[in-house]
Design a protein around this ligand. Structure first.
Ligand SMILES: [Zn+2]
Length: 129
């Protein structure tokens, strides 16, 4: 039997099936690994030296750009974080302190009540003496 037409008939077993992650028919059934995206690896399969066409399909900017899409905006604002922002503006910091959760407000209220009780007690003691 040759590699040509005569051998095409017996070729009915498939080594690769559809990949759950990338959708290509590249998931090796026996190796249990995708030849295109590397599934079930957590990181996508990639390597240096891919050509221009492949870079256009799988390179930077073809996906969600989850982190990188925010970088130009952050750069413009000097990569400030919340604490730096509040330190620069003391008024804002005080305003942020006023924003308390319900539980924090409840605890403060209880503390006030306790303080009032403590203030009343010494007065009574003085009267007794
Ligand atoms: Zn895949």
């Amino acid at each position: 039997m040759t590699k040509g037409t005569t051998s095409q008939g017996p070729r009915h077993l498939k080594a690769h099936t559809f990949c759950r992650r990338c959708g290509r028919r590249a998931f090796h059934r026996q190796k249990k690994e995708c030849g295109a995206c590397g599934f079930p690896r957590t990181t996508m399969r990639r390597y240096d030296g891919v050509n221009r066409k492949v870079r256009g399909r799988k390179g930077q900017g073809t996906g969600r750009m989850k982190y990188l899409k925010d970088v130009p905006r952050k750069f413009r604002n000097g990569f400030r974080c919340e604490n730096v922002y509040l330190k620069a503006l003391p008024e804002k910091k005080e305003k942020e302190k006023e924003k308390l959760t319900f539980r924090e407000r409840l605890l403060e209220h209880e503390k006030k009540l306790e303080n009032e009780k403590d203030k009343e007690k010494p007065k009574n003691n003085r009267i007794k003496r």
